[in-house]
Design a protein around this ligand. Structure first.
Ligand code: NAD
Ligand code: MG
Length: 386
């Protein structure tokens, strides 16, 4: 039986890994819709390779370029943000939500409202609108399959167990490129050194988040919503080998961990084939070659983003949306060499100190909070230099 699939953010790191899996077993999958922001060539290549029914470029000024790039194919072409949201609702058995940032909020939400089976990579939208998204999924009967390697690990460790018997969930973190760096060394970080992740190859934004540890902070909030678990029962451990992707501790003292090579095709495949399994081409895990697995407490003094995120999670309401928008703005500024590495967390803190809106009741409220938090972040960054 074939499975019809759509990929939002098909040209990104997660999108490309997803396409790699789909093309591994082309007879098993029918590609419905692929979307990208500005990478016309990448989108056209993916649409040709998969014979996609629909290709959407979200930047409308690139419509003509996509028409040219897909000439001679039967692929339908659309452009603009609304077309991305429409693509999310096209009938498909499985949808990958892999747009980066809050830019993915509307389309991911649309897929959930349509009751789709959503492989969920777009963590920023869940951080910003977690309660609304989970309620929408419950109302429509949508299925959420976590793609983030930690959450996918937890999902696998929870299978077949009662949620009532979970004592604790522990997210592992590699520690990123600056795990053992001094604050002085971190102050001198550049976009090049910050995106050089020791174990994973990922998009630029999440790579910077992994260097500040904001990624783990966002993941704590993500875990809170995905697994209905409060902050006190969510832990973080540094684990530099990135072999244990996360763990679940049960009331009887059993700790279940999921392990594997650090290759995103593994968690993606577990959602793509779910509830079955499929081959991925990932390097088999060789524990004898790795030799040892280390674990250590994170250093909160050098990684203040973890505390900022945990505080936002515990405060709830609009705090996670403000945190996320401030972080997206600060990371973009760091990548553009407008601010230094350590300023990222300072800017996020400044925005949280200055802007404390009421709880969002709708997605429009979340988008308005997101926009205002970005403005406050721009103000907070005035006068800063890299
Ligand atoms: P990426 O930057 O490599 O790709 C992002 C994708 O989103 C691209 O296809 C791009 O065209 C699209 N996009 C960007 N801005 C857009 C906009 N304004 N409107 C519409 N589309 C837009 O990012 P990535 O590393 O693949 O990450 C995607 C998501 O998955 C993120 O939320 C990230 O946190 C999460 N994630 C990634 C990894 C990883 O290994 N890369 C692991 C876990 C979770
Ligand atoms: Mg992760």
């Amino acid at each position: 039986m074939t499975r019809s699939v759509s990929i939002l953010g098909a040209t990104g790191s997660v999108g490309q890994s997803t396409l790699d899996l789909v093309l591994r077993e082309p007879n098993k999958f029918d590609v419905v819709a692929l979307t990208a922001h500005r990478d016309v060539a990448g989108l056209a290549k993916a649409a040709r390779a998969t014979n996609a029914k629909l290709a959407v470029i979200s930047d409308p000024t690139l419509h003509g370029a996509l028409v040219d790039a897909l000439s001679g194919t039967n692929t339908e072409i659309a452009s603009g943000d609304e077309a991305v949201t429409d693509a999310a609702c096209r009938d498909a058995d499985w949808l990958m939500a892999a747009i980066v940032g809050c830019a993915g909020l509307k389309s991911t939400m649309a897929a959930l409202k349509c009751g789709r089976t959503v492989a969920f990579a777009n963590k920023e939208s869940l951080v910003s609108a977690g309660s609304l998204m989970i309620s929408a999924a419950e109302a429509s009967g949508a299925t959420l399959l976590p793609v983030d390697s930690e959450h996918n690990a937890i999902f696998q460790c929870l299978a077949g167990n009662s949620a009532k018997t979970v004592r604790k969930i522990v997210l592992t973190a590699s520690g990123g490129p600056f795990r053992t760096s001094t604050l002085e060394q971190m102050a001198a970080a550049t976009p090049e050194t910050a995106v050089k992740h020791p174990n994973w190859s990922m998009g630029a934004k999440i790579s910077v988040d992994s260097a500040t540890m904001m990624n783990k902070g966002l993941e704590l909030i993500e875990a809170h919503y995905l697994f209905a678990t409060e902050s006190a029962r969510l832990g973080v451990l540094f684990h530099p080998q990135s072999v244990v992707h996360s763990m679940v501790e049960y009331i009887d003292g059993s700790v279940l961990a999921q392990m594997g090579s650090p290759d995103m095709r593994i968690p993606i495949a577990s959602t793509l084939a779910w509830p079955d399994r499929m081959e991925t081409g990932a390097e088999p895990l060789n524990l004898a070659a790795i030799g040892r697995l280390d674990f250590e407490e994170p250093d909160l003094a050098r990684f203040p983003a973890l505390t900022l995120a945990r505080d936002a999670l515990e405060a709830g309401g609009a705090r996670p949306a403000v945190l996320n928008a401030a972080n997206e703005t600060a990371v973009a500024a760091f990548l553009a060499r407008r601010i230094g590495f350590l300023a990222i967390a300072d800017v996020v803190k400044a925005v949280l100190d200055r802007y404390d809106p009421a709880d969002p009741a709708t997605i429009e409220d979340v988008l308005a909070i997101d926009a205002e938090a970005r403005r406050v972040a721009e103000t907070a960054m005035k006068g800063l230099t890299a």
